[in-house]
Design a protein around this ligand. Structure first.
Ligand SMILES: Nc1nc2c(ncn2[C@@H]2O[C@H](COP(=O)(O)OP(=O)(O)OP(=O)(O)O)[C@@H](O)[C@H]2O)c(=O)[nH]1
Ligand SMILES: [Mg+2]
Length: 316
């Protein structure tokens, strides 16, 4: 029997509860009992974005409770999907369901595992006819420049959602307290150019200033819209019966990892040519380790022949 999308609380359907979907090999931090499916009237809003952008903080600030763990070190914090239903503040018959997601470039979990985890959750919700109301993509305005991983994160996000879902996406900038306002505004203008594809298809930019009111302005701008019928990866996995590596997001990740592999091979070669002292040996070992990790992620993004044959004969 397929796992339910998220649980009702045993005592009240509207009490906040958290359910965690586990990434391979990592135990969930919290596990609520899985009882029944979500409600048809639920307003489902995943929060996505690079690791450390403030996704979990956004949910805690919006709910006014510590429902999901916030990271305080250099390492990524959320490693699993966490589903957090709360009562709708203006409509007690409905729930807002936040979905806290891990950011790509997580320090513990590979990007391939993260994509698999997010894709499985989206596939599961689509199969159960639970449509998303919108997606909030958070990005730190305090970042001095857009790093390679932030670019990769946005690229994956765009390929995951597709053009049709764009009008239900809010591209929200966070951590405004960490920049001078004129610098923040300047970066905001640069982001508008970088995000132009999604904006062209209807996504909106917003500022999250770290307050409850600011979080709800963003959430309210989503709740007034019709639900998203067409998140690309959901259609690819369910309607078109593609395997994850065959989806646009899967193909994009594979390409990015292949580029990274080539760059890392060059680094490893330079290190090998650089001497044979203890420091060089350590660098060599680290480079070899990274090469192995990237290669095994690429390997994960291959569809085994046996699966393709099974699909060809309708055995899946
Ligand atoms: N100064 C400042 N810090 C913030 C703000 N929002 C979040 N933070 C801090 O940023 C760090 C990361 O926040 P998280 O909410 O864990 O970020 P996340 O996007 O959930 O990170 P992952 O789970 O690793 O993907 C924490 O130390 C937060 O306290 C903000 O508006 N201003
Ligand atoms: Mg988090």
């Amino acid at each position: 029997m397929p796992a339910p999308l998220y649980p009702h609380d045993t005592n009240s359907s509207f009490a906040p509860s958290v359910i965690t979907s586990t990434i391979m090999g990592r135990p969930p931090k919290k596990r609520a009992s899985l009882k029944t499916d979500g409600l048809d009237t639920d307003i489902i809003i995943p929060i996505m974005g690079p690791t450390g952008a403030g996704k979990s903080s956004f949910i805690n600030i919006a709910t006014g409770q510590d429902l999901t763990r916030v990271g305080h070190g250099l390492e990524s914090c959320t490693a699993d999907i966490q589903v957090i239903p709360i009562p709708h503040p203006n409509d007690p018959t409905r729930r807002i369901v936040f979905v806290d997601t891990p950011g790509f470039d997580d320090t513990y979990v590979s990007d391939a595992d993260i994509l698999k985890c997010i894709a499985e959750w989206l596939e599961n919700s689509y199969r159960k006819d639970k449509r998303l109301s919108g997606i909030i993509y958070l990005y730190e305005i305090s970042q001095k420049r857009m790093s390679g991983s932030s670019r990769k994160n946005y690229l994956m996000f765009g390929k995951l959602c597709g053009d049709e879902a764009a009008r239900n996406i809010v591209l929200a900038t966070s951590k405004w307290d960490m920049v001078k306002s004129d610098l923040g505004e300047d970066r905001e203008r640069q982001l508008a150019v970088f995000w132009q594809d999604l904006i062209h298809h209807g996504s909106r930019m917003a500022r999250f200033s770290g307050t409850h009111e600011s979080a709800w302005r963003i959430i309210d701008s989503i709740t007034v819209r019709d639900r998203v019928n067409d998140v690309l990866i959901q259609r690819e996995l369910v309607d078109l019966m593609k395997f994850l590596p065959e989806t646009q997001a899967g193909i994009t990740l594979r390409l990015t990892l292949s580029e990274l592999l080539e760059a890392q091979k060059k680094v490893a070669q330079d290190i090998q040519n650089g001497g044979n002292d203890e420091y060089a040996r350590q660098l060599n070992a680290d480079a070899g380790d990274l090469l192995w990790k990237i290669s095994s992620q690429i390997q994960q993004l291959n569809v085994p022949l046996s699966k393709r044959i099974q699909r060809m004969f309708g055995l899946l």
